[in-house]
Write a protein that binds this ligand. Structure first.
Ligand code: AMP
Ligand code: FE
Ligand code: FE
Ligand code: ZN
Length: 298
């Protein structure tokens, strides 16, 4: 019986690998850099993409588009197309929902103002979280965070990195579980734009809104209302999606006429999940679909 289960597991893993071979292409549409909580600069990320023979990379830092121009400079040098994007942390009925926004006009004033509001709220929250950590008796200081953050988006992974450096935690995961995850002693809320407002802002900035990693929310029933709110795509391929999730979201994408996207959600070699750049990719046809929608918006 045991052998049989092992065989079944092996077969399903093999099916997964084969399915990924069929689906995958050379475009990674979900990548973080040092402009948010990634640990490689835009240039380093693009160079890595070149080494992995990727055709295009979507730069999707949390709540900022500031890493895009550096990535584009590197993209010209390495011959990789850069898809401009960002990952908007939004609020859906009290839960955090990530919306990827591709091809937004970077000079859209409403979007710039909103991202500035989010940025300062992230900083204020970091100050408050550091205070809470100090009250718990841990010896860390805001200057430790300032030395770690390379861009101007302050994220909990930066605090997790400092907690690890100081020996208070062994991993980022442990830092989230003990101190900074939702409901933990040093957790502090921050401002997030309402999901529908966020989608609308992306559309008004000429961009394509895509629901990031739907598998982690466990709330597929919200997808039709997001589509009604202007959602154009859904991230079917993501390291947190197993084969069941991939097939479920492919079906949802076809039922609701949503573009299928995907990417590795790469944050760097050491940060977050073990996902490596280019581990999850889609074909270039996905980029072509986004471009054709974008043309109709202009
Ligand atoms: P923030 O945007 O500052 O609230 O931080 C959220 C980010 O932290 C996510 O985008 C992930 O990169 C990372 N993250 C969330 N949960 C965990 C976890 N349990 N372990 C490690 N990293 C996490
Ligand atoms: Fe992140
Ligand atoms: Fe995300
Ligand atoms: Zn991400």
């Amino acid at each position: 019986m045991k052998t049989n289960m092992g065989f079944k597991k092996q077969m399903s893993e093999l099916a997964y690998v084969l399915a990924m071979e069929v689906f995958m292409g050379k475009v990674d549409l979900h990548v973080h850099t040092t402009f948010s909580d990634g640990n490689l600069s835009p240039w380093e990320v693009v160079e890595k993409g070149y080494n992995k023979k990727l055709q295009a990379l979507g730069i999707t830092d949390h709540d900022t588009m500031q890493g895009i121009s550096g990535a584009q400079t590197a993209g010209r040098k390495f011959g990789i197309e850069i898809i401009p994007g960002f990952e908007f942390s939004t609020d859906y009925e009290g839960n955090e929902l990530h919306i990827l926004g591709y091809y937004c006009k970077q000079d859209n004033i409403n979007l710039i103002e909103m991202l500035n509001t989010v940025k300062s709220s992230r900083f204020d929250r970091m100050v408050a979280m550091v205070e809470k950590i100090k009250k718990l008796g841990l010896k860390i200081d805001l200057s430790d965070i300032l030395n770690t953050v390379k861009g101007d988006i302050f994220g909990r992974p930066h605090l997790a990195a400092v907690l690890c450096q100081k020996g208070y935690c062994k991993s980022s995961r442990e830092a989230f579980e003990r101190y900074i995850g939702k409901g933990c002693p040093a957790y502090v809320e921050r401002f997030k734009v309402n999901t529908f407002e966020g989608i609308d802002m992306i559309v008004r900035a000429g961009g394509i809104p895509v629901l990031a990693h739907p598998g982690i929310y466990g709330a597929d029933e919200m997808i039709p209302s997001l589509k009604n709110g202007g959602l154009s795509g859904i991230e079917v391929f993501h390291p947190d999606h197993d084969l069941d999730a991939i097939f479920r979201y492919k079906k949802i994408a076809s039922d609701y006429n949503l573009i299928i996207t995907g990417g590795s959600d790469f944050h760097g070699e050491e940060i977050g999940s073990a996902s490596q750049l280019g581990n999850v990719t889609v074909g270039y046809s996905c980029v072509e679909k986004m471009k054709s929608i974008q043309k109709t918006l202009q």
